[in-house]
Design a protein around this ligand. Sequence first.
Ligand SMILES: Nc1ncnc2c1ncn2[C@@H]1O[C@H](COP(=O)(O)OP(=O)(O)O)[C@@H](O)[C@H]1O
Ligand SMILES: [Mg+2]
Length: 391
Amino acid sequence: MIIESIKLRDFRNYEELTLKPHPGVNILFGQNGSGKTNLLEAVHYCALGRSHRTSIDREVVRKGMPMAACGVQVRRENGRIDVAVKLTPGESRKKQVFVERKRAQRLSDLMGNLQCVIFSPEDLMLVKDGPAVRRRFLDMLLSQLSTGYFLALQQYHKALEQRNAILRDVKRGGRCENGMLDAFEEAMAIPCQTLIPMRRHVLDELAECAGQKYCAISGRETEQFGMRYVGCLREDGEIVSRVRDALRQGRHEDILKGATGFGVHRDDIALTLSGRDMRLFASQGQIRTAALSMKLAQMEVFRRETGETPVLLLDDVMSELDMTRRTSLLREMSGVQTFITCTDESDLEGCREKRSYQVFLSKNSSARVREISQGEEIPPQPDFQEDPELQ
Ligand SMILES: Nc1ncnc2c1ncn2[C@@H]1O[C@H](COP(=O)(O)OP(=O)(O)O)[C@@H](O)[C@H]1O
Ligand SMILES: [Mg+2]
């Protein structure tokens, strides 16, 4: 799939932007703080209705403005589609989604129209950090593939919050409403019927692809990279009643903790190298290769599941990679629309179908984007002071 146009309005430091990107590689040059990542973030919003770096929508609304909007026109095998997101943090309806310029009922209507895979230096956290990062990776991947998954996840989290609210209330001395707990536990168990099998299935696929990518990058057949779903239910079989029973059994302990100890919100992905836990012993180089392999595997899963190539967003990754890893990534970029932030054009030698842009700040310090013609020197910019309030 290809993004044919991007439109922003009061999004981060963009007052207004209309961009018709190249179907190949789009390189964004610009000083720190000029708005390169902000542009990738806007594309991410159009795919998932949320940022990749903050969970607070208000942060992306241009300072002093009441609303922000971003939209893209996407060309897919089966035609064109127009999607947009409008954020109005001060109003009762804080987030609105538009599909084909018509307001959609639900956020889930946005999902599945645009698929993107984002690479950033924070990907290393996928290997190094706790389970939450890996769950988010899985949830973002599956939400872009299946509206059913996204809806089930929303239902699950709503019920989980309600159950937790009761637990905290009882802990503070409130009356234990067993009937309410029964209802919320049932409401948590039902979506698990969708979530667990989909997580299992996609992890099988991811593990296979990531294993191959890892081998290709490391060049070592002996290092086997493994990904395994570590779910709340250890065995296959009926799901709803087992989740419901486990939640009921855990009630007493959960009240003491004021939180729910069992469920898919505790799931994880075990990452191993030749059978050993990566978090315990992996070197920096192995961590980098693993993180990159996981993202490349995500691309491959999107391709297989949708028959379309996703859009790639690469934020400051090239300079972090050595030659071998860079070459692997460049190979994957061929024939895939890519948006890449970059400081050094030599990082991208060998990439043919490309266009360069300069992201810079105008006098009123809003971001602008202009195409750089071939051979043109990028004029130096005055030093720019970041607004400390927005850090
Ligand atoms: N809500 C906002 N309103 C206005 N400017 C913002 C907002 N959020 C961030 N910025 C500005 O955007 C800039 C950061 O943009 P970013 O895309 O991260 O830079 P880079 O080009 O280094 O990737 C900073 O100057 C920051 O002050
Ligand atoms: Mg940046």
